[in-house]
Design a protein around this ligand. Structure first.
Ligand SMILES: CC(C)(COP(=O)(O)OP(=O)(O)OC[C@H]1O[C@@H](n2cnc3c(N)ncnc32)[C@H](O)[C@@H]1OP(=O)(O)O)[C@@H](O)C(=O)NCCC(=O)NCCS
Length: 116
C-alpha cells in the first residue's frame, strides 16, 4: 500500500512456528484533519482462513493498541468491512459513519477507538 515503507508505518504479524497466520498494518493518518489528536489508521487486517476464530485477530489488535499507546497515539481508526464490524465492536471500536461502498471491496463503516 502507499506509505508502506514510511518510518511511521508499522507492520505487525502473528506467527505460529514461524508461519505468518495474521497481519495488520498501522499508518499515521488522520480521519479528521481538524481533530488535534495523534491518529493512526489500521489497514490490511487479516487472519488466514485456517486460523480464524482462534483470537489471533483480537491479539493482533491488542498488541497494536499497546504499541500505539507507548507512542502516545490518541486515536485508532479503520474502514471496517461491514462483515467484520462485529469483530471491531467486540474490541470496543465505535461506528462513526454511515455505511459506504468501496468499489470492488464492498460495504464498510468508519470505526474508531480512543486509546488514551
Ligand atoms: C475479521 C478477522 C480479522 C477476525 O480475525 P479472527 O482471528 O478470526 O477473530 P478472533 O478469533 O480474534 O475474534 C474475536 C471476536 O470477534 C468475533 N468475530 C471475529 N470475526 C468476526 C466476524 N467477521 N463477524 C462477527 N464477529 C466476528 C469472534 O467471534 C470473537 O468473539 P468472542 O470474543 O465473543 O468469541 C478475520 O476473520 C479475517 O481475516 N476475515 C477476513 C478479512 C477481513 O474481513 N478483514 C477485516 C477487513 S476490515
Amino acid at each position: 500500500m502507499e506509505g508502506d515503507d514510511l518510518k511511521s508505518t508499522k507492520h505487525i504479524g502473528a506467527f505460529i512456528n514461524s508461519e505468518c497466520v495474521g497481519i495488520l498494518s498501522l499508518f499515521e493518518a488522520k480521519i479528521d484533519d481538524h481533530l488535534d489528536e495523534y491518529q493512526y489508521q489500521l489497514r490490511g487486517m487479516a487472519v488466514h482462513p485456517k486460523f480464524q476464530g482462534q483470537e489471533i485477530g483480537k491479539k493482533l489488535i491488542e498488541f497494536a493498541e499497546h504499541e500505539l499507546r507507548k507512542m502516545q497515539v490518541n486515536l485508532l481508526w479503520c474502514n471496517a468491512r461491514s462483515s467484520a464490524a462485529n469483530f471491531y465492536d467486540k474490541l470496543n471500536f465505535e461506528i462513526i459513519s454511515e455505511e459506504f461502498h468501496i468499489p470492488d471491496v464492498g460495504p464498510h463503516f468508519v470505526m474508531c477507538k480512543k486509546l488514551r
